[in-house]
Design a binder for this molecule. Structure first.
Ligand SMILES: NC(=O)c1ccc[n+]([C@@H]2O[C@H](COP(=O)([O-])OP(=O)(O)OC[C@H]3O[C@@H](n4cnc5c(N)ncnc54)[C@H](O)[C@@H]3O)[C@@H](O)[C@H]2O)c1
Length: 352
């Protein structure tokens, strides 16, 4: 049984990760033995919610102490972005397996140190790229890998407000058009919306593409949200095979309905979808076939990623997305920021 320490007791832990670990506890596959937050109260509340078989996670206000002292095999890192690298490095030094929320870290220097340290330690590192577990993405990627759409020439992917963060969407929550806390700080966030919400369409784009990213051009700005970083970003990525990718993200509006979250256009057809339903349209046909999951009961992507991590550690298999994937996503995002700073197209690998 995997013994786990959760680091951070904020929104994503209370809403998603703690319930995901609870399911693993019920299945007898894991036990959360420790939780850390600088604030004791939310950590205690999460600990209470995870009491199982008479065992309750111990509460720490210092994650370094949790990593050094708690009886754990793995950590689940859910901290503000600027703290990810320090928590990852501390966990690696103590030989703990790691699942970490997006992004892996906020600079490529940190990413390179993490990649080297994780490889040297031989631990399992999983990037929490939860949206790859959406049914439409699973079915869509499978169809693309089977070649139904042929060779890609255009792939687009986007993410806009849709639930967890009501701030900065005029009309949706009139009282709160500001980003609050660390998300409003460029230093703590590592940028603006691109490295937060826009992180999802970036890993989705890279997962759909059939080759490596080669060039990145971006435009972004801050229009409505009160945050240091950008609230709207449009990024173009050219891949080695010549295909063109587009990442589109923002905090400033809710995307109009009926638009596919991802759209892969290839020589033989198209694959597109929202989170739940995938559509497959061979070239030369008017109507797409639709793939819907059986008994869809809402978003289980966090439960699924946590179950996948537990299995990857137990079987020593490479997780669906590891530290190299975390670094690849960050490199595209950093290249987009560099493109805006310089007003040029950036060729990868990104110079540091
Ligand atoms: N995959 C997704 O869809 C998704 C959605 C939301 C958040 N996230 C990610 O989850 C992470 C956390 O986001 P959140 O929304 O829960 O933020 P949050 O602000 O709600 O929670 C962060 C928590 O970390 C705690 N914290 C701050 N410094 C700490 C320290 N030194 N030690 C221990 N705890 C500390 C804070 O007190 C807070 O409770 C981020 O990486 C974010 O990008 C992912």
């Amino acid at each position: 049984m995997l013994r786990v320490g959760i680091i951070g007791a904020g929104g994503i832990v209370r809403g998603r990760h703690a319930p995901g670990w609870h399911k693993q506890q019920l299945a007898g596959a894991a036990q959360v033995t420790a939780i850390s937050d600088i604030f004791e109260e939310p950590a205690q509340a999460v600990a209470d919610s995870l009491e199982h078989n008479g065992q309750k996670p111990a509460v720490y206000t210092d994650f370094n102490q949790l990593i050094a002292e708690a009886p754990i095999d793995a950590v689940d890192i859910c901290l503000p972005h600027h703290l990810h690298a320090a928590a990852i490095m501390a966990a690696v030094q103590h030989g703990k397996h790691i699942i970490c929320e997006k992004p892996m870290c906020i600079s490529l220097k940190e990413a390179d140190e993490i990649v080297a340290a994780v490889d040297a330690a031989g631990i399992t590192y999983m990037s929490g790229h939860n949206e790859l577990f959406h049914p439409a993405l699973i079915a869509g990627r499978r169809a693309i890998q089977q070649g139904v759409a042929g060779k890609p020439f255009l792939i687009r992917s986007h993410e806009f407000p849709g639930g967890y963060n009501k701030s900065a969407v005029p009309g949706r929550d009139a009282a709160a058009t500001n980003m609050v806390g660390w998300r409003a700080s460029k230093e703590m966030m590592g940028g603006g919306v691109l490295i937060d919400k826009g992180y999802h369409p970036t890993y989705i784009l890279l997962a759909l593409a059939q080759s490596e990213p080669k060039k990145v051009t971006a435009m972004m700005n801050t229009f409505v949200a009160q945050m240091d970083g950008e609230d709207t970003a449009l990024v173009l990525v050219e891949f080695e095979d010549g295909s063109i990718g587009q990442i589109f993200t923002g905090e400033g509006f809710v995307f109009p309905a009926n638009d596919a979250k991802f759209h892969f256009v290839g020589s033989q057809g198209e694959v597109y979808g929202d989170r739940v339903t995938a559509h497959i349209k061979p070239r030369g046909f008017d109507d797409a076939s639709t793939v819907t999951p059986k008994n869809y009961a809402g978003d289980t992507t966090f439960d699924d990623e946590i179950a996948h991590f537990v299995d990857a550690v137990a079987t020593k298999r490479k997780p669906i997305q590891d530290h190299y994937d975390g670094r690849r996503v960050l490199e595209v995002i950093q290249a987009a920021y560099r493109s805006v700073e310089t007003g040029t197209t950036i060729t990868l690998p990104l110079e540091r």
